[in-house]
Design a protein around this ligand. Sequence first.
Ligand code: 9YW
Length: 447
Amino acid sequence: ETEVSRRCLPASTLAARAAYVLRGNDTGTVITAAPKLYPHMWSWDAAFIAIGVAHLDVRRAVSELDTLLAAQWHNGMLPHIVYTEDTDYFPGPDRWGTHLAEHMPEHVRTSGICQPPVHAISVRRILDIGRRAGGSDRAAVEEFARRAWPSLYAWHRWLMRFRTPDETGLLAVVHGWESGMDNSPRWDEPYAAVRPAAELPPYARLDLGMVRDTAERPTDTEYDRYLWLIEEMRGVRYAPDEVVRESSFLVGDVFLSAIFAVSCQVLEELGTELGRPERELRELAGWAAAARAGVLASVDPATGMARDRDIRANAWLSARTVAGFAPLLCGGAPADREQALLDEFTGPGWCGYPGLIAGIPPSVSPADPGFLPRQYWRGPQWPVIGWMFGWAFARHGYSELAETMRAEGLRLTAAGEFGEYYEPFTGAALGSTGQSWTAAVVLDWLC
Ligand code: 9YW
């Protein structure tokens, strides 16, 4: 397995394969997150997928994001899954029961929660790619940016209005799935307090039949808790204020908050370019500042890492995960603290840990006792996370580090299976192969 997976394809072959994966996962209307394991559209996946696809076909990238935006709830929320007709996935729309929700749009079926707001970053990147392409692509992408802006603004306003429940400035998640890092140790403590108060309706996990090794997926106990939270939200018909009031899981998420802060800035810059009303631009700047302040205030003075906040338990969480580097995504830390965090990021606890195949950050530090090299968000490297940090480094002027993320990301993915995540010491592709967002970030690195 290791032997084969460490083949290193020439760049042109790798790019051709990435394109082939994205085309293969395209149902015609949606590019699914993965061929079998994830046969639907996921919100933050779609944002990354569109960036990769833009290098192949700008209009296809635009229509992918249009599909996502068409599923936006009337109150502004962008749902975490937009379902296709495929029924081989659990939980599907019936389990969510989102047809009960007041703000659910007609003619689409979605889940009832959200995912990190990376979409403004995606629109910005696609606009730049489309402009470079010129001609009618340029016109199409500029028209799209004008069309998408108000939807993205409404999405950010929803997050600000409903997901800043306390005075920390952090944006809160009501389910680990909303963070995008489903079973990260970040959520172990808050999940331990989630106790099904009634019998869960019976269910069968379809994900376990889709991977070679079920140990690479979350456990059944974890899944019971995930599903109990759905029961709670369904019980209040996804009314966003009630969800936040009632959910037994409510956590200020530093990684999502940092993404929100920098996305608000990106959206503000784009809005300035598009001549949007001054009031909306000022709001975005204010939201960015508040979320960034929340991230910086969460920093543990002892480690320099940002911490999530368990709002229900009124306590900081100190799991040692890649999310602790959130201040590097949103910027704004004092120079000495930022340098210390960069040193930690590149140092022997993280990207420079001895023996790593590639120097992008593992989801949990290999130096941590809880590190599990093959278990989902508990250790493996996720190429898309490397892309996020590379993008942020480029934005904040750390061009050498940005280039390192690109080179190391390509080293990790060079065998061309486009794994969902990777074993950090062997480079074995884990979870699904042919994962769309992996193919997409590889294309973006190569183009
Ligand atoms: C699941 C699609 C999604 C990602 C998440 C990742 C995983 C789905 O896959 O969640 O079944 O657990 O954790 O970030 O959007 O790629």
